[in-house]
Design a binder for this molecule. Structure first.
Ligand SMILES: [Zn+2]
Length: 247
């Protein structure tokens, strides 16, 4: 049995932890946590311990959160957050995952496993794995990571944060990363590639016009609008665009 401690950072009413449009960080974190918890149910022999208040009403002190994780003998702790830079809109952005400066190899491996999965799910810039002396990472006895799945005060990232499909994909990405780290087995009949298959072929409203244009022009094949583009795919698309311009 693998015991996973999950934490949606802060509380609904924690001062300052909100987007410039007054959206609460806890609400973003909670969406990801719930999707992660749901996806973990697809795996055998796994148990979730939730460290924050599931209603968000109370901002459970960090010392209480780590004490719960320690006393329940969790095998791992994942604290789910979303970033802020200046609390005013800006053009920064990206996903990063923190480990304690003197973190165990297991913590580092887990962060290295999960961070690119979040990047892929959110379609945002990869800021990589970083170290920080954070209470959730310092005072927990088990391997621990703290994820920042995009900036609440980024004009680009906020589009992804407001996209419930992407937030669900982020939660599932964390769950699948945990499963791969611990070698968890999927229950019978559960889909291996849950994230891509569950994502619909419907583009986000803000990108609908562009997506349909690209499909009509033959630059995109009309599938998986929310997935990232590889370097080779980009080269092919660019070749088609340039050859059309030269016609
Ligand atoms: Zn936070």
């Amino acid at each position: 049995m693998v015991k996973i401690a999950l934490d949606a950072g802060h509380g609904l009413y924690t001062p300052g932890k909100r987007s410039p449009a007054d959206e609460r960080e806890w609400t973003f974190n909670n969406k990801v946590l719930l999707a992660c918890q749901e996806r973990l149910k697809d795996y055998e022999d796994v148990q979730v311990v939730r460290l924050d208040d599931p209603t968000g009403k109370t901002d459970v002190p960090l010392s209480t959160r780590t004490r719960t994780a320690n006393s329940s003998r969790a095998d791992v702790l994942v604290s789910i957050h979303h970033n802020a830079n200046t609390a005013k809109w800006g053009n920064w952005g990206g996903v990063e995952t923190f480990v304690y400066p003197r973190a165990s190899t297991a913590s580092r491996q887990l962060a290295t496993n999960i961070n690119p999965r979040i990047v892929q799910a959110m379609g945002l810039r990869d800021r990589g794995v970083k170290t920080a002396n954070l209470a959730m990472l310092r005072d927990s006895n088990m391997p621990a990571i703290l994820t920042e799945g995009g900036f609440m005060d980024s004009t680009t990232d906020i589009i992804a944060l407001r996209d419930n499909d992407k937030m669900k994909a982020q939660g599932e990405a964390i769950a699948d990363g945990l499963a791969s780290h611990f070698g968890l087995k999927l229950k019978k009949g559960k889909d291996v590639a849950a994230v891509p298959n569950k994502q619909t072929n419907i583009p986000s409203p803000s990108h609908k016009t562009g997506w349909e244009w690209a499909e009509k022009k033959g630059y995109m094949n009309g599938e998986r609008p929310k997935e990232g583009l590889t370097r080779e795919q980009f080269a092919s698309v660019m070749m088609k665009v340039v050859s059309d311009l030269e016609k």
